[in-house]
Design a binder for this molecule. Structure first.
Ligand code: FAD
Length: 308
């Protein structure tokens, strides 16, 4: 791990009401669970490199329909042993109440205090939705069985969830998650800051005061980003797409351009009072660190690391 000097104050855990500009920005990091013990060990080393950001929490995704259930649990416990605020994602689609209860009990037993509660992506074809159809029902169930123990994050979609019946419905359903007991939200990634501010304003008009933290996706490869964006409904603005297409196989230019636009997006979000930034690290330290270095949040050299 390289030596780093941190500039911002230690992050705070945001609470309801600390929507924009009321508290120091909070940074958090997201990872996906590696498949092997060797991968876990390597990811812990990467997370240590990123501790110079003093993340409020580090989250670990949960595969669709519980496909990474054990992997998420193992990674979260390894992070907890490493002294991190390990934050598991938990998706409910296809799960029974007993299965979710079991996972929650496990996290209670290990004193995990922060969760990201999701519906999860629907599998293709016919399937059994399980006991919960929507994330709001999961949030309500977690509160029912564990009271106020967990700080619960939920997902938000400034550019509208791809399966939403309308933008207005999506907003109302988002509010239901907060009303069911979620403390704060993390957005799907976006490259159009106006979509985020418009969503935040619309939430405020509905009386939602929970912090909504922008999800930030560093750009590693254009083909990978295009694939992700198609699946999750995040828009790549035409001018960005055309510039990336123009770079073709020139990965260095894609990354350099990606760093410029993502840093600029983060700077503008923080300047205007976003409550923090949640980085989708894709299990790499390099791009997130470089963006934060450019933002003046850390002073550190690059140390290229990756886990797949
Ligand atoms: P919901 O909030 O339940 O919404 C899903 C859809 O249903 C929306 O279109 C909404 O408008 C609609 N809806 C909600 N309530 C109702 C209702 N009462 N009646 C009718 N329609 C309704 N996926 C994973 O599998 N694992 C992860 O670890 C994971 N992490 C994520 C982290 C973040 C920060 C984000 C933004 C997404 C993540 N996802 C993850 C993806 C997420 O699971 C998908 O986007 C999923 O399709 C929706 O999940 P949700 O929790 O937002 O669902």
């Amino acid at each position: 791990m390289q030596q780093s000097n941190l500039i911002p104050a230690p992050p705070l855990s945001l609470k309801e009401g600390e929507c924009c500009g009321n508290a120091a920005p909070v940074f958090s990091l997201e990872f996906f669970p590696p498949k092997t013990q060797e991968g876990i060990d390597k990811l812990i080393r990467i997370q240590r490199e990123l501790q110079c950001l003093r993340p409020a929490f580090c989250s670990v995704t949960f595969g669709a329909c519980g496909s990474t259930r054990e992997g998420t649990l193992d990674m979260v416990l390894a992070m907890k042993r490493d002294g991190q605020n390990a934050t598991p994602h938990l998706s409910c689609i296809g799960a029974s109440k007993a299965q979710i209860h079991d996972i929650i009990d496990h996290y209670l037993a290990h004193d995990i205090q922060h969760l990201v509660a999701l519906r999860g992506d629907l599998p293709s074809g016919t399937f059994d939705t399980g006991a919960f159809r929507y994330a709001a029902e999961l949030v309500a169930f977690i509160r029912e069985i564990s009271g106020d123990h967990f700080h619960i994050e939920v997902a938000a979609y400034p550019e509208v969830h791809p399966q939403a019946t309308s933008a207005e419905d999506d907003l109302r359903y988002f509010k239901r998650k907060i009303d069911a007991g979620a403390d704060s939200a993390i957005t799907q990634y976006f490259y159009n800051a106006e979509a985020y501010w418009s969503f935040v304003d619309a939430c405020a008009a509905l009386g939602v005061t929970a912090p909504i933290v922008p999800g930030i996706m560093p750009i590693m490869s254009f083909s990978r980003l295009s694939r992700f964006s198609e699946m999750c409904g995040a828009e790549i603005p035409r001018w960005i797409r055309r510039r990336m297409e123009g770079y073709g196989d020139d990965l260095a230019s894609v990354r350099a351009f990606g760093l410029d636009i993502v840093t600029d997006l983060c700077a503008r979000l923080l300047e205007r009072g976003a409550p923090g930034l949640h980085f989708y690290t894709l299990n790499q330290a390099e791009l997130t660190l470089e963006i934060c270095r450019r933002l003046g949040l850390v002073t550190t050299g690059l140390n290229v690391s990756e886990v797949s």
